[in-house]
Design a protein around this ligand. Structure first.
Ligand code: GUN
Ligand code: FE
Length: 465
């Protein structure tokens, strides 16, 4: 028996490009088996539309006035274990912060039960905040990394998961040998890909979790490890994520370890880690030549503005990257960033951009700097992130053939955090949600057509499609 399709009727809002935000009034989305089969604009009479359509088995879900559907949010960079101390321990800069807070926290994830409990909390929280796709760093521990994959599969998020690699310049209680690091990474990739294939065969979830090669950063990885990881990425056709040019002390230390490379970015390039399926977090302090190298390799970046403020790493000017055609997405970088929310990432990115604008005006007498607009922030949080992760044909906007990863937003709910007077334009309503809304305004969170989270107490019946 075929599952019924689901018809959503109301306002649909999504990005067509960096600057074009399309607002579709009276839109219809037809979802079959979790995939968008059809999208229609300006349908005045839904009953007449349905009567004329050839659908024989469907469920209709009508959005109320002012409610709208938005594509699910994409987090291109977050550390799942660090959620346990998110919102605390921001007293230090990067390298000292890693030693004092991060490494002790992550080493405790050797305990699989602890890992499973913490991972259930963090993935649930991210889903509740509308993050339908996330690129996760786990820890160095193979068994706990597998549990993260299991937890995500159970909770229904779309995700990339990386077993972290560290074989040097790390505390003795949290380090691996080069050999074990490569061996465990291979096992982890095979485990995750097997889970994915099994789910695809059983039509469960469609296999939403993909492994990603995850060298922590060049400081913690030997040359042999980085080369071995680049080979594994090729062998198993998996993406690569790491950190790049986050903090001045980090950059100085890194350059001292790899003097033969022309820049920090070139270190990764010299080890085969840059390419169209790679993405780099932070990229705060980059020369034009380094940005050119990323552009040439078609490598994207994860812009982590909250973290860049919180660890006072600096201001990343994403306009410099976008001007050269580098793909840009947003990252929470939990727990360098304190907020497990891409809505916060949009706001932090907005403030970073406004701060650059003020500095350009005050220090360089340049009044022309174009700070990020709301439409651009929504693009970066959805379709931009999808491009960074190579998922632009699957998610990020509403189009036939893409998965139904979406948020059902209610800007008027009494338990929400915004108020409307009733006269607002749809553009104003979206901006209000972006800047002053919260998870309480997100009634339903869908991944691949399934409702996986949301503030609404009554879950919408979307069967098991
Ligand atoms: N660089 C290397 N490891 C980390 C980490 O865990 N967080 C951040 N923000 N930067 C890093
Ligand atoms: Fe990070």
């Amino acid at each position: 028996m075929f599952a019924p399709c689901h018809v959503y009727y109301g306002t649909l809002i999504h990005s067509l490009s960096l600057q074009e935000l399309e607002i579709i009034e009276n839109g219809v989305l037809i979802v079959q088996d979790g995939i968008i089969a059809q999208i229609e604009r300006n349908v005045e009479n839904i009953d007449a539309f349905l009567a004329a359509s050839k659908l024989d088995d469907y469920k209709l879900h009508c959005l109320d006035q002012h409610q709208f559907l938005l594509p699910g949010l994409v987090d291109t960079h977050a550390h799942a274990p660090q959620y346990v101390f998110a919102g605390s321990g921001m007293d230090l800069q990067l390298l000292e912060w890693l030693n004092k807070h991060v490494f002790p926290c992550e080493s405790a994830f050797k305990d699989v039960a602890h890992a499973e409990a913490a991972y259930t909390k963090v993935v649930s929280r991210f889903l509740r905040n509308g993050t339908t796709t996330c690129s996760w760093f786990a820890t160095i521990h193979l068994e706990s990394c597998k549990r993260l994959v299991d937890v995500i599969n159970t909770l229904g998020q779309r995700a990339y998961v990386g077993k972290v690699n560290m074989d040097q310049n790390s505390p003795e209680y949290y380090v691996e040998t080069t050999e074990n690091s490569l061996k465990d990474t291979r096992t982890f990739i095979e485990y995750t890909q097997q889970q994915q294939q099994q789910q695809q065969q059983q039509q469960e979830n469609k296999g939403l979790v993909t492994p990603v090669i995850t060298p922590r950063f060049a400081i913690a990885c030997s040359s042999a490890l980085m080369k071995g990881l680049a080979d594994l990425a090729k062998e198993y056709k998996v993406p690569i994520q790491t950190h790049l040019c986050e903090n001045p002390d980090e950059i100085t230390f890194t350059r001292s370890l790899y003097r033969e490379s022309a820049s920090y970015t070139a270190i990764y390039d010299d080890h085969g880690l840059l390419g169209p399926d790679s993405y780099m977090a932070h990229c705060v302090h980059m020369t034009d030549d380094e940005i050119d190298l990323l552009a040439k390799r078609e490598t994207g970046i994860a812009h982590c503005a909250n973290s860049n403020f919180s660890l006072h790493s600096g201001l990343c000017d994403v306009r410099r990257f976008m001007a050269k055609g580098v793909k840009v997405g947003l990252g929470t970088d939990v727990a360098g960033g304190f907020a497990p929310s891409i809505m916060d990432a949009m706001r932090s990115s907005f403030f970073a951009s406004k701060t650059i604008k003020a500095l350009q005006r005050d220090q360089h007498n340049n009044k022309d700097y174009a700070y990020l607009q709301p439409a651009e922030l929504i693009y970066l949080a959805t379709l931009g992130g999808a491009h960074v992760l190579g998922l632009q044909d699957k998610i990020g906007s509403f189009a036939p053939g893409k998965a139904f990863d979406a948020l059902w937003i209610d800007p008027t709910t009494s338990s929400g955090t915004i108020d409307l007077m009733g006269q607002e334009s749809q553009t104003q309503i979206v901006e209000k949600f972006l800047f002053a809304g919260s998870d309480r305004n997100i009634l339903h969170v869908f991944v691949n057509g399934r409702r996986v989270s949301g503030a609404a107490e009554v879950a919408i019946d979307v069967g098991d499609s």
